[in-house]
Ligand binder design. Structure first.
Ligand code: AMP
Length: 348
């Protein structure tokens, strides 16, 4: 019996922050490991999605490979055959199914996608590509090719998941049971558990989320920061004039953010970390402790990253890509037969 599929995208990104690490990567890796006995885990790098808006193509290939290495350094096992890490563009069925689905997708239906409206509004008509418009159809193909039931979707993707369900039902109604219908957004949330809502804030402006797109980089700790530079960023983090180390994100956002970061680095609940500094009035002492942990964490992470072998990553990717290509081409052939592109008698 084949296992139900959980599918998630690992976005290629050269500027990962500790926010991405603790809020995105670690929860995904934990999820993959805890569910791998019951589910097939598909973790793919959506490389075709990465240039729906203009990018620097000279670094794309390396960036994609680097992303796979970063996940390995963060603990994603490369040798676990139940966990498939693969690059979307290495499996041509993604593009081929997209075209077929395109021809059953309404122009109006895509035009209503709020993410498209937002992004194209920001970029302007001249720079908006058909790829950006079409991207939810590619996302539907990513999901439907493997019969994925569960996909952890952020709020910005809920409309695209609904579209995936709609297009799958549309083709199933017309051609018979071609696709597994992914679970509804509500069921996805029930399955993956409520988002714990972790938000690491910017060190310079603790009222906004720490984000890779921050221009100055002063309030952001990147996984690639030199450890002593990151420590300095902590020492100059914005605090307040209350002279009390206390966890209260509303009245003391800067200090509370540092407590949160320290708790994550130590792997302990915020209440325990906060309790340890109860009554501490010298921010310098507290910041030193956080800076020390950040420095140690980055030193350790960067040495793990440099120990990840390119050959191991390449062979893990190739192994998964071969398995996934077999699965995807079976589903694609069923669709090709249904729409009349292949003889119905062709052996799978
Ligand atoms: P983004 O880089 O904004 O596309 O986010 C990718 C993933 O990293 C998502 O799961 C986010 O929730 C997580 N993430 C990004 N920034 C932060 C942050 N400052 N705090 C917590 N999680 C974050």
């Amino acid at each position: 019996m084949t296992k139900p599929v959980i599918l998630t995208g690992l976005r290629a990104n050269n500027n990962l922050t500790i926010g991405n690490y603790f809020g995105g990567m670690l929860p995904l890796i934990d999820m993959a490991q805890s569910k791998a006995s019951e589910y097939q885990i598909n973790m793919f790098i959506p490389d075709l999605h990465s240039f729906t808006t203009p990018i620097d193509h000279t670094s794309l290939y390396d960036q994609i490979f680097h992303t796979a290495k970063v996940f390995a350094a963060a603990g994603l096992p490369l040798d676990d055959e139940r966990i498939n890490m693969y690059r979307q563009s290495y499996i041509p069925a993604h593009s081929e199914l997209t075209w077929i689905l395109d021809c059953f997708t309404g122009f109006g239906e895509m035009s209503r996608m709020t993410q498209f409206k937002d992004k194209s509004g920001n970029i302007g008509t001249d720079r908006t590509t058909v790829g950006l418009f079409n991207y939810p159809v590619l996302m539907a193909a990513d999901i439907l090719l493997y019969g994925a039931k569960y996909i952890p979707v952020g709020d910005d993707q809920t409309q695209h998941l609904e579209f995936t369900r709609d297009i799958a039902e549309r083709l199933n109604t017309r051609f018979g049971e071609l696709f597994v219908i992914p679970e509804s957004v509500k069921k996805q949330h029930e399955f993956f558990g409520k988002d714990q809502g972790l938000r690491i804030m910017d060190l310079a402006d603790p009222t906004k989320k720490m984000s890779k797109s921050d221009n100055s980089g002063k309030g952001v700790i990147y996984l690639s920061d030199a450890p002593e530079v990151a420590a300095k960023k902590i020492m100059s983090a914005t605090t307040d004039d209350k002279a009390l180390v206390k966890f209260n994100p509303t009245s003391q956002p800067g200090i509370s953010n540092l407590i949160e970061i320290l708790a994550l680095l130590k792997g302990e609940p915020v209440s325990v970390t906060a309790g340890r500094y109860e009554g501490e009035t010298k921010y310098g002492v507290f910041k030193q402790a956080v800076a020390h942990e950040v420095q140690a964490f980055l030193t350790d992470f960067q040495s793990k990253l440099s120990a990840v072998s390119d050959d191991d990553v390449a062979s893990a990717l190739e192994r998964s890509e071969a398995t996934m290509a077999t699965q995807a081409s079976l589903r694609l052939l069923a669709v090709q037969k249904a729409v009349g592109l292949r003889p119905r008698t062709q052996v799978e």
